[in-house]
Design a binder for this molecule. Structure first.
Ligand code: COA
Length: 157
């Protein structure tokens, strides 16, 4: 990787997701996942009161990544995180997760948990790097293609 692409590009900001960002986020979601969330699903989540979403943006307001979580009763669950292909490997994913962890600490959550495809090494490594631990497995959790999920959890207390 060329030196200028190592480390988070200083100009990328991780900001709370706004309604106007949804069409762009839904496009990225479609590119990254076989069963993507619809724009309505994103809208319902961000207006529902128990979710927190962030978008990674360039100074030109181009969305290059996003992440979101649900929280209730002291527990947090990451819905999804994705970074545009051309922008991967620049710590944007790591900084999105960091923002979700900071928010979880602010909300005094006990833990932050998620499911990830067993074969998704980049994501598993990213979560491990952020100190999430593999706590178990859900059989056939995913379809298209069918695959088991690892349950990964970060305990915050
Ligand atoms: C997973 C994903 C969000 C990572 O985003 P990213 O911005 O490229 O990741 P970062 O640059 O922040 O990388 C942080 C760490 O993740 C791990 N990682 C990231 N990409 C990796 C890869 N291709 N192979 C192995 N490990 C990788 C490394 O541990 C890396 O730390 P390092 O650079 O010090 O080695 C991105 O690959 C993506 O959008 N994938 C498609 C969507 C997806 O699978 N989301 C997860 C659903 S659970």
């Amino acid at each position: 990787m060329p030196p200028e692409r190592r480390g988070l590009m200083p100009k990328i900001s991780i900001l709370p997701l706004e309604k106007e960002d949804i069409p762009e986020i839904a496009k990225l979601e479609k590119l990254c996942f076989s069963q993507p969330w619809s724009e309505k699903a994103f809208l319902d989540a961000i207006t529902g009161g128990n979710s927190y979403f962030v978008a990674a943006k360039t100074p030109e307001n181009l969305i290059v990544g996003y992440g979101g979580m649900y929280f209730a009763a002291g527990e947090g669950y990451i819905y999804n995180i994705a970074v545009k292909k051309d922008f991967r490997g620049q710590k944007i994913g790591q900084n999105i997760i960091k923002k979700l962890i900071d928010y979880s600490l602010e909300k005094n959550l006990e833990f932050l948990s998620l499911e990830v495809r067993e074969s998704n090494i980049p994501a598993i490594n990213l979560y491990k790097k952020m100190n999430f631990k593999i706590m178990g497995k859900r059989r056939d959790f995913y379809s298209l293609p069918k695959e088991d999920a690892f349950i990964m959890t970060l305990f915050l207390k």
